[in-house]
Write a protein that binds this ligand. Structure first.
Ligand SMILES: Nc1ncnc2c1ncn2[C@@H]1O[C@H](COP(=O)(O)OP(=O)(O)OP(=O)(O)O)[C@@H](O)[C@H]1O
Ligand SMILES: [Mg+2]
Length: 327
């Protein structure tokens, strides 16, 4: 079992997370609709993928849609597709995500954000697995598994009549709750090691390790953004520290706004603050522009050559940012 999950990169040894993994394994063996609940960044989409790739539908597509990103009036056409000429912009017929996921799994993210009308449409579809593309004539049948995810409390929303109770029942046939990171003792350090290994491969540098003190303190932080926040934290620390040992960059961020004398003469403290500022500024700039120096020069209002010298001074190679995630 552990190997299967290692392949899917679901890391964690804590009892609460191991219980979630066992449930994922059992859920993967059946085909019923699943509702995954958990705070932001707890790994809901990763868990959805795990269920798909451990299950019988693994050979067919896994299609993820963020319901929160689709305007209410377009939800039906996104799900069901539309016929040519169905509405003003519909010059061509288009398949919906349900057709794209045929035989596989449809992952409906932020399912709490569907409006009243879309909730009815989804409910009907879940009831008889049939749908009609917008503006189309014929009904179509679908064969797929639905996994929905939310970080909202859908039961409470249904209690307040903000969400349809009947839709909640259809989604919540199998329920999976992912624990927040602060309730997974020991897992933050394990995950941090995983992220450092990945970053070392991605940036192709010498092997590096987390400062032991920093590593040990990770479990004490509240991580409101959970695993994603930890991942970003480690990414920043990785980029902002030199040498084989990775120290905390986050504290550096606080330093940026906090003025400390550090017992230093004014000019020395000022020079140190400027050094720190320059480095953080450049890292952020290059992360945003994914290592595009011309774009970085434009955004910063600095000449390309001057920017190049500054990067050199701080030992920052643009190559290191080519694959970076934009902020
Ligand atoms: N147990 C885990 N092991 C390794 N990586 C993880 C784990 N859980 C989450 N991650 C990573 O953390 C990030 C966030 O995970 P994911 O997108 O699945 O969270 P989410 O619950 O869907 O978040 P949101 O509510 O914001 O959509 C991803 O990069 C994912 O790969
Ligand atoms: Mg998600």
């Amino acid at each position: 079992m552990a190997d299967g999950f290692a392949g899917l990169n679901l890391v964690g040894h804590s009892a609460s997370f191991q219980a979630a993994l066992r449930l994922i394994e059992r859920i993967a063996r059946c085909d019923a609709t699943v509702l995954i609940q958990g705070e932001t960044g707890t790994g809901k989409e990763l868990a959805g993928r795990a269920i798909h790739y451990l299950g019988a539908r693994r050979g067919a597509p896994f299609i993820a849609v963020n319901c929160g990103a689709i305007p209410e009036q377009l939800v039906e056409s996104e799900l069901f597709g539309h016929a040519r000429g169905a509405f003003t912009d519909a010059r061509e017929a288009r398949e919906g995500v349900i057709a794209q996921a045929e035989g596989g799994t449809l992952f409906l993210d932020e399912v709490d954000s569907l409006g009243a009308r879309s909730q009815v449409a989804l409910l009907r579809f879940l009831q008889d697995r049939e749908y009609r593309p917008v503006g189309g004539q014929a009904m179509r049948r679908a064969d797929l598994r639905v996994i929905a995810a939310t970080n909202a409390d859908l039961a409470a929303m249904a209690g307040r009549r903000e969400y349809r109770q009947d839709l909640l029942f259809r989604l919540d046939v199998l329920a999976l709750r992912l624990p927040p990171l602060r309730e997974r003792p020991g897992d933050a350090a394990l995950l941090a090691d995983l992220f450092v290994r990945r970053l070392s491969e991605q940036y192709r540098g010498a092997p590096r390790a987390l400062d032991p003190g920093l590593r040990a303190s990770l479990g004490d932080r509240p991580w409101p953004g959970n695993v994603r926040e930890l991942e970003n934290f480690i990414h920043r620390a990785f980029l902002l520290s030199d040498g084989p040992v990775i120290g905390a960059a986050e504290d550096g961020q606080d330093e940026a706004s906090e003025v400390q004398s550090g017992g230093l003469p004014f000019h020395a403290a000022k020079a140190a603050a400027i050094e720190g500022f320059e480095r953080r500024y450049l890292v952020d700039l290059l992360t945003r522009t994914r290592g595009n120096v011309s774009e970085a020069a434009r955004l910063s209002g600095k000449e390309r050559s001057r920017l190049g010298r500054l990067l050199k001074k701080h030992g920052l190679a643009r190559d290191a940012f080519l694959g970076a995630e934009g902020a």
